[in-house]
Write a protein that binds this ligand. Structure first.
Ligand code: NI
Ligand code: MN
Length: 230
């Protein structure tokens, strides 16, 4: 009973949950300077989109067309995919959950902004709380500031893995992400949204050390293309 997590650089992940293939925030080669794979090389049954910024959605339509994967996001982004012929789409909203084939997924609050690549309104940015069918609980924060709402996730029992942005400038930085990891009661953290662009250069090894020393939480640093399992 494992969940396999592969980082593609920036905020893009492939998750394999008991044979169901989830891709989070598809931003791939050549759009994503850190990615080693193209959309054509990825498999997906579900595509999860946290918000409409290009660095999270650039390869979304191409990947959905090629794989036939279902798109899970907020109402506005799901509608945008639907308008481009993508089917099926799940347009959820903050706080709402649904049971999918891979487990239960709930949209969590992310404090950020959102606009789709063509300038249309992207609705509220979101994160994802996933109770996988194999028993693992995952929190994918999305692009967000540190928010007190994260405490609710910890109060709900915490998570086996939190995927948190640490790049600063557009999102939380390492200091806030250390607090976020404690608030959501994460057993393990994988950082993302750093070192892709000049404004988000971060010493990830220092973040990993800080997390271990200040919070006794394990941090797994992946290189783009690298995987780990829970
Ligand atoms: Ni963003
Ligand atoms: Mn971003």
């Amino acid at each position: 009973m494992t969940v396999k997590i592969t980082w593609h650089g920036h905020a893009t992940f492939s998750l394999d949950v008991e044979g169901f293939r989830l891709v989070v925030d598809p931003f791939l080669h050549p759009h994503n300077p850190a990615a080693t794979v193209t959309a054509e090389e990825l498999a997906a049954d579900f595509i999860l989109v946290t918000h409409g910024h290009t660095d999270h959605i650039a390869d979304g339509v191409a990947l959905a067309r090629q794989t036939g994967a279902a798109v899970i996001s907020n109402v506005e982004i799901a509608r945008w995919f639907k308008q481009q012929g993508i089917h099926p789409t799940y347009g959820m909203n903050l706080g709402g959950g649904h049971t999918f084939a891979f487990g239960r997924l709930r949209l969590t609050i992310a404090h950020h902004s959102s606009e789709l690549p063509d300038g249309s309104y992207g609705g509220s940015p979101v994160g994802f709380l996933i109770n996988c069918n194999d028993g693992h609980d995952l929190y994918i924060a999305g692009d967000t500031a540190l928010t007190y709402d994260m405490k609710q996730i910890g109060d709900g029992g915490g998570v086996d893995l939190a995927i948190l942005p640490i790049g600063d400038y557009y999102t939380m930085g390492p200091e806030e992400a250390t607090v976020a990891a404690q608030w959501v009661k994460a057993k393990q953290v994988i950082p993302c949204h750093y070192n892709t662009f000049p404004m988000i250069q971060v010493d990830a090894a220092a973040f990993a050390r800080r997390l271990q020393q200040e919070a006794e939480i394990d941090c797994t640093l992946l290189a783009p293309g690298e995987s780990t399992t829970l």
